[in-house]
Design a protein around this ligand. Structure first.
Ligand code: GDP
Ligand code: MN
Length: 394
């Protein structure tokens, strides 16, 4: 789950990470009022969307008067912002952050992420901040420094020293102290909030010698959300793919993919295996969808609807191993969805397990066209057949 920059900065404040004073606005009037609470001019108007690269895309504007502030706000608000990370359609801006302008002397990069190969968090620091860290890593990898966090002992002060004493030129003692304390705070935040990413780019030193987080990005590990109620409340559903949001609402594990064979499966392992079967059959899965072991008829129905709403789907493979989720419950859920929606794509079903006879009978006695496969191999052959047919009809 991603936070907006203004939300991330509220969390920064709580952990003692200094950020510029700012207010969120959803209209030009609100932006003007926000600026009255802040020192300035100058101010900075920043688009709040879940995407980086806003600066280059015109989503971050430094303004020097109230007129410029109004102009920048009306330019940015209500329109899609296109950046390197949004795709060509962009992301609609619903709110802007108005901040006090900062006199920037130097820009650094600081982040905490999980390094999966080392199975521990890593602090990444670079004095080539402001620009994309991927670019720095590609062009001058020696400028990207890392310190791994031992989860048993946590972040150690000497690790902050290892990072900041590489700075050239070396900032004054007070600034170094601020930088090191800020690093410790970011590590505490990362652990306490179950983050998968906590990033400050740029982390600046102002002309006055103060360390300050000018930008902030926080991603929370979805698996931590059960105990991060405060973070979960910050979730902005407007930023999501509508199908992802719908799946989340019904507790269905759904990930949209680029292929055209929709799949509905119970259990993550079987879902992975089913995606492999689809690939072996020469096709590409349109999604990963796990309705879960204890899915109700309603969840099956919603899952099926979500697959059908994806316009790329040319055929659907339903692969269920009936355990706690009985095959007859599955069949009734699929039928309930099918009665609501006009289904134009072929459906292949493979059922096995509890109440399989009842499940098959419900499907076969319906007037809907299902192909019932007796096992995975036959299901794969049927998918291959459908892929060939749709290729011929193009
Ligand atoms: P991003 O492009 O989405 O990562 O947005 P950032 O918040 O990082 O802003 C992009 C750039 O705008 C930063 O790297 C800064 O150089 C600049 N910027 C942001 N805030 C200020 C500010 O208060 N004063 C000045 N002079 N520049 C700023
Ligand atoms: Mn940035």
């Amino acid at each position: 789950m991603k936070l907006h920059e203004y939300q991330a900065k509220d969390v920064f404040r709580k952990f003692g990470i200094p950020v510029p004073k700012g207010r969120v606005a959803t209209s030009v009037d609100e932006a003007v009022r926000a600026s009255q609470d802040l020192a300035g001019p100058s101010w900075v108007v920043k688009a709040q969307v879940h995407a980086g690269g806003r600066g280059k895309g015109g989503g971050v504007r430094v303004v020097k008067s109230l007129d410029e502030l109004k102009q920048a706000t009306s330019d940015i608000l209500g329109r899609p912002l296109v950046t390197k990370q949004t795709g060509p359609e962009g992301k609609k801006v619903h709110q802007v952050l108005i901040e006090e302008g900062v006199n920037i002397d130097r820009e650094f990069y600081l982040a905490v992420v999980i390094d999966r190969s080392k199975a521990r968090p890593v602090v990444i620091f670079s004095q080539a901040g402001g620009m994309e860290i991927e670019e720095v890593a590609a062009r001058s990898p020696e400028l990207v420094l890392k310190q791994f966090i031992d989860p048993k002992v946590g972040w150690m002060p000497f690790q902050a020293k290892n990072l900041v004493y590489t700075l050239d030129p070396l900032p004054g003692a007070e600034t170094l102290k601020e930088l090191m304390s800020l690093m410790g705070a970011l590590c505490r935040l990362f652990m306490a909030q179950d983050c998968s990413l906590a990033e400050i780019n740029p982390l600046v030193i102002t002309k006055e010698g103060k360390a300050l987080a000018i930008d902030g990005k926080i991603n929370i590990d979805d698996n931590g959300l059960v105990r991060q109620k405060e973070m979960k409340a910050l979730d902005d559903h407007r930023e999501k793919d509508p199908l992802d949001a719908k799946a989340e609402q019904y507790n269905i594990n759904y990930i949209r993919l680029n292929g055209n064979i929709g799949a509905m499966v119970n259990g993550a392992g079987l879902a992975m295996a089913t995606m492999d079967v689809i690939k072996l059959a020469g096709a590409e899965p349109a999604n990963f969808l796990d309705v879960g072991g204890g899915a109700s008829e309603e969840m099956v129905k919603k899952g099926f609807e979500i697959i059908l709403e994806d316009k790329n789907v040319k055929a659907i493979l339903i692969n269920i191993f009936g355990g706690i989720l009985r095959c007859d419950v599955l069949a009734r859920g699929v039928l309930a969805a099918a009665q609501k929606i006009d289904i134009k794509v072929p459906i292949i079903i493979r059922l096995e397990g509890t109440n399989v006879q009842e499940g098959r009978a419900i499907l076969q006695n319906s007037n809907l066209k299902f192909m019932v496969a007796k096992d995975m191999a036959e299901a794969a052959a049927m998918v291959t057949e459908q892929v060939k047919r749709s290729a011929q009809s193009v």
